[in-house]
Design a protein around this ligand. Structure first.
Ligand SMILES: [Zn+2]
Length: 670
């Protein structure tokens, strides 16, 4: 059975019908008639004229009065005539309904279909603006039984009361959404394919009411070109009487304020309505609306990742797993003894070689401390730095200054900028979350290869459980050794041949770790690591300088974490890093919450970074914004070791065991 949809459309009173309003009404109604679906009807309430398209889908109710009175007349008509339909939609007669939507919902079963992004059309210039409030717009698709449930309050100034409580469909603006809860199936429209577009025009009732059209329009956010999938017809539409309005440009500060408002809207929406994105299905099902749950210990909530769970005490699985790992490390009563043994081993194995270990340096606090420690322990490290074209000057200054003070040699591995640029553009177009995979993998690969080339068997790194935990929440990042994923995304979207970009295939990595026995040492796990204290020490001893943000040694990383992640993927990494600091007892939850209140980005710096990053990647603002608007893809939508090689990990190791011995003997590896 195909769903039957019913629209309720209060008509604009004659007194307000300017030539523009009239033209918009004709467009709005004609647009309904043009739908690629036929099982629908619409009740038009009010006085009609010759601009109304002739169709049997329209039921005309000749009732005058306020909009509220008209809605009540329509619901009374529905009840009196026992009208047959499955879903009910409220629409104003100048708003544009998505005329390809109903065919998609023809056989879907849901309680309500809503827009997360409320979309506005400036009918005088053709531009589009979007906002995300946490409430539902009046125009959404309700299942009949919900639409006609007595619920909520009448809108203010309603003059006609036919009953004590209104039906949900007659509720005041943004009020009825509280009705829906975790037991309901809530479908959410995609950003570029909203369920309807609200029209704004200079002589609309509400804009006349405001008096200043420019100011009025600026209430709706940033105006851009039309990128909406099913609304191309809006581009060709011209108002019969073009209004004499001077449109002021929206300057940078305005856009910044609005981007912030949008971000806040998204967070609010996320907090109040938790949905599960299913971009592939073109729609999303909201799960657990309003039933947001925050870990009693840290900052994570069930909206942060699909795999977050809570135990009976309300502690999240990330906290539980941190505690387990931490106990395991702590239970070895004396980590310094382990460290001493390890250092002896490194020295013995490295005897006669120019260097006995490799350390990766980024200029950040973790790797600087690793360099410092390695000298304290009497090791002879070679520092390897990856130059991928984005390092901030401060990072480079930090590296040079600290290594010079420590007397450590530096090898800088330079990747051709055109290759990195091509890879980053490919990842942006692929619409996957972990763009940093490009340089994280490159660092791993370069360190492995450099160690192998120089006959070194130990790589010291700055990963640590004390302040980083182990793994980001699911969906925040991708597996960092997945060369296949990088290459397959690049193959699909890239153009430049990768020559200098370091490689480390699954099999090469197997060879280096199992046969060559390269050891990857998270040395900070062997010492107690209090970040604040270590920072002071590094500043005092080595003249190290702080960036004011984790991993902000690269401008791209800063822009990625502070702009792309929150804007496109609704991820604020600070939340996780602060949560780990809470777990390790370095800050309290209250302190972390205060930290989260701080703006993620200094506005001036955002402007500089935004311009800088776009210029460096050769993207115009509209190209970049279009990329941000692309529906989010999973890394596994592309080829990956996870889908292939890792599945046969255990079998492969078992199979290779006898050969490993032979290869070792042949190669003379002890
Ligand atoms: Zn937690």
């Amino acid at each position: 059975m195909k769903n039957k949809f019913l629209f309720l459309i209060p008509l604009t009173p004659k007194a307000y019908l300017t030539p523009n309003r009239s033209a918009l009404r004709a467009l709005s109604l004609q647009n309904l008639v043009n739908q690629n679906y036929d099982n629908w009807s619409a009740i038009l309430i009010g006085k009609t004229d010759e601009t109304i398209p002739k169709t049997s889908n329209f039921i005309i109710l000749d009732v005058e009065g306020t909009k509220e009175a008209k809605l009540q007349a329509a619901t009374k008509y529905i009840k009196d005539t026992n009208l047959d339909f499955d879903y009910l939609i409220r629409l104003d007669d100048d708003d544009m309904f998505n005329n390809k939507l109903l065919s998609k919902l023809a056989e879907k079963e849901f309680d309500i279909y809503i827009d997360k992004y409320h979309t506005f059309w400036d009918a005088s210039t053709g531009s589009i603006a979007q906002q995300v409030p946490y409430w539902f717009a009046n125009t959404c698709i309700h299942k009949k039984e919900h639409a006609l449930t007595a619920y909520g309050t009448f809108p203010r100034d309603t003059t006609v009361f036919t009953k004590e409580k209104p039906y949900l469909i007659e509720n005041g603006h943004g009020d009825f959404h509280k009705y829906y809860n975790q037991n309901h199936t809530i479908l959410v429209a995609e950003r570029n394919d909203p369920l309807y577009v609200r029209t704004l025009n200079p002589d609309s009732h509400s804009s006349l009411f405001t008096g200043d059209f420019v100011k009025y329009m600026n209430l709706f956010g940033i105006w851009r070109g039309n990128t909406l999938k099913n609304y191309s017809f809006l581009k060709d539409f011209k108002l019969p009487v073009l209004p004499n309005v001077q449109r002021k440009d929206q300057d940078f500060m305005f856009k910044l304020k609005n981007t912030y408002a949008m971000l806040k809207g998204l967070m609010n929406f996320q907090r109040k309505v938790i949905w599960k994105d299913q971009a592939a299905l073109q729609m999303s099902k909201v799960i657990l609306p309003y039933a947001n749950k925050e870990c009693v210990n840290c900052l994570l909530t069930n909206s942060d990742s699909e795999d977050i769970t809570f135990n009976s005490k309300g502690v999240c699985n990330y906290c539980v797993s941190y505690e387990k790992k931490h106990l395991a490390t702590k239970s070895k009563t004396d980590r310094s003894k382990d460290l001493k043994q390890l250092v002896e081993q490194i020295k013995t194995v490295g005897k006669g070689k120019q260097y006995d270990c490799i350390i990766g340096v980024s200029g950040g606090i973790d790797s600087t401390y690793v360099a410092y420690l390695s000298k304290q322990l009497g090791l002879r490290p070679l520092a390897v730095h990856l130059d991928y074209g984005w390092n901030s000057e401060l990072a480079v200054t930090n590296i040079n200054a600290t290594l010079q003070k420590l007397g450590i040699d530096l090898f800088t591995y330079v990747i051709n900028w055109e290759e990195i640029k091509d890879l980053q553009l490919a990842f942006l177009k692929a619409s996957v979350v972990d763009i940093e995979l490009i340089n994280d993998f490159a660092i791993f690969a370069a360190l492995h290869n450099e160690a192998h080339k120089r006959g070194v068997k130990y790589v010291l790194n700055g990963m640590n459980i004390e302040t980083e935990g182990e793994k980001l929440p699911k969906g925040w990042a991708h597996e960092k050794f997945d060369q296949l994923n990088i290459l397959s995304i690049h193959k699909r979207f890239g153009k430049v041949k990768l020559k200098s970009y370091p490689k480390l295939s699954y099999f090469k990595r197997y060879y280096l770790t199992v046969i060559y026995k390269l050891k990857w040492l998270p040395i900070l796990n062997y010492v107690s690591y209090n970040k604040a204290e270590v920072k002071d020490l590094m500043i005092k001893e080595l003249g190290w300088r702080d960036y004011g943000g984790k991993h902000f040694e690269s401008i791209f990383t800063r822009f990625y974490q502070a702009y792309i992640l929150p804007n496109k993927f609704h991820i604020d990494k600070r939340k996780f890093h602060l949560s780990v600091l809470i777990c390790s007892g370095q800050i309290t939850k209250e302190e972390a919450l205060i930290e989260m209140q701080k703006p993620i980005y200094d506005p001036q710096l955002l402007k500089e970074d935004y311009d800088f990053v776009l210029k460096k990647l050769g993207l115009s603002e509209s190209e970049f914004e279009a990329i941000l608007d692309l529906p989010i893809k999973d890394h596994l939508d592309y080829d990956s070791y996870i889908k292939k090689h890792y599945k046969y990990h255990a079998q492969f190791f078992k199979f290779m065991k006898p050969f490993t011995k032979i290869i070792k003997t042949l190669r003379g590896i002890k």
